[in-house]
Design a binder for this molecule. Sequence first.
Ligand code: SF4
Length: 417
Amino acid sequence: MSVTAKQYHTSVEKSSAVLPTRPSFWNYSALKEIETCPRRYSLSRASYPDLWGGQGYPQIPTLAALFGDVIHGALDVIVTAFVDAGCDSPQGTSAVAVLRKLGGYTAVTERVIDDRLARLPTSPRLHADQRQRMERNLRGRVAEARAQIQAYVCRTTLIPSPSGSASDATTSGGSGSGFALPRRPAKPGAHAEVLLAAEELRLMGRIDLLKIADDRVDITDYKTGTEDPGHLDQLRLYALLWNLDQIVNPSRRLVSELTAAYPNRNVTIPAPSESALRELESSLKQRTTSADEEIQAPVPRAIPNDQNCSTCQVRQLCDVYWSQMAPDPLSLADGTWFDYQGMVGPQNGSRSWWLLHEKSGQKQLLLRTTATTPPLSGGSRIRLLGIRLDDDPENNATAAIMTVSSEMFVLTAPGNS
Ligand code: SF4
């Protein structure tokens, strides 16, 4: 059944959204995200043809996320190479030879950093100086990344496949509906980056390391953030996917243990029993049904709260945020970072403007801009993200400053959207 994408008019110029349609498959993070705030899910994944040709709303990558991605990418390279070579332990002589061939931990780390930096999209929200700063900071953390990657690798256990390499049996692609690459039954041994799917549930997931022995099956997922109970829920979902995947696991073996590998330790839990898996299956069926309903709503539902909105990368597009969550600048202490919506009033200096309260038209804030901020246009309505409250004794006014990380969005004139 073909589904027509819905248009959603945000109040921001050039940001009319074509909302995403129901995905063929849900995965753990997408389900969590739509449950957290359906509007954030939809606006993040919508397309914005008037703004750019990229996928979703342009994001500003954080250094922490990029760093985590580098660790994950390097682990993928190294563990896949170990598995392909049939290594039985990261400390064994064959693993040492594999690492030498890869150029060592530092060389792998640097290559992955190069790759991730090259993949940063040319985005209307990521300016050249921000990109350069990001690059400098990331390259400055090579030694730290290398140490973390080595620690993860040293704690990884592998299982040799009976025939040496198990890679011919790994399943990093897919078959059946919706998958680009063929999937096959997984043979005994270790497998990196395995794609699992429960077709009836329309759920899929990619696990970092699957180990299949005669008497047990174990799943490991590398986690670069802080410990979170959600990581264990994700692993339980993987155990269910493995159980229901009729292609990769045709004999429907159960998983024995699940491991979340963190920078400093592994957290291992027993896998769910058969009856616990059936309960999980039924709860996930309800969750995917609810997620489908959310995505089909004419207007994506907003769930505003401090936790959701403070890190939301599409809050500039969300009218609910601006009417319910954005603070009154007069209630804030000096030095507070905040978001603001108002109207541009008279220019005060070469780089400063008065901002007016939208309803009363009274002067509310004196805004100092940066050398690269384009001139503000009097009478236009704007939203500002990440400005800092500052006192201005000279003008006896509440002032705010923009920095290189602040962002400004011009709103469409009423009736224009
Ligand atoms: S600002 Fe808050 S309510 Fe709006 S989309 Fe983001 S998380 Fe949801």
